[in-house]
Design a protein. Structure first.
Length: 168
């Protein structure tokens, strides 16, 4: 690769513009990944275990992470903090999102058993745990789009540098 310096006098302009440009590039990357993760959820990856029939009946849908009310899909966002862009679910919904992302094993209490029974889900007497399977949407979304994300960032960084000082 050949690098040709256009104007060394523009290097200070590049350095002054870089913090703002860096934040812009991180926002672009965050928005891209946020969109890809939401797209992944709406497509229901084959890697995900299907919902339990009771859940489908209650939700009136067989789509994991898409629900009426406070569904995870609408909680996914991105934010820039310094030199980092974070993409995920933040705040009060983060715990629910992490249960879906990593799965979880919940001990059945008598109170829970009675509640579920009242809802129409009759657990066997020997059921000690309810298992919510892992349905990774953040990690899977990143893994499936890592290469395209890297290319997007590279393209944006290259454009900033070229704008100020060099031609590749």
């Amino acid at each position: 690769m050949t690098v040709e310096i256009h104007d060394r006098n523009n290097i200070p302009k590049l350095l002054n513009a870089f913090p703002k440009e860096k934040e812009r590039i991180l926002r672009v990357a965050g928005a891209f990944l946020e969109g890809k993760i939401k797209e992944l959820i709406t497509e229901t990856p084959s890697e995900w275990k299907p919902l339990h029939p009771f859940t489908i009946q209650r939700k009136k849908s067989d789509k994991p992470l898409i629900d009426t009310g406070t569904h995870i899909l609408n909680r996914i966002t991105h934010k820039v903090e310094g030199d980092v862009v974070k993409v995920g679910v933040f705040g009060e919904s983060a715990l629910i999102a992490s249960v879906h992302e990593f799965g979880c094993k919940i001990r059945v209490t008598e109170k829970m058993r009675k509640f579920l029974h009242a809802q129409g889900l009759h657990l066997r007497k020997d059921t000690e745990y309810i298992t919510i399977p892992q349905r990774s949407f953040l990690r899977l979304g990143f893994d499936k789009n890592k290469e395209e994300l890297e290319q997007l960032i590279d393209k944006n960084v290259k454009a900033v540098v070229e704008k100020f000082v060099i031609k590749l």
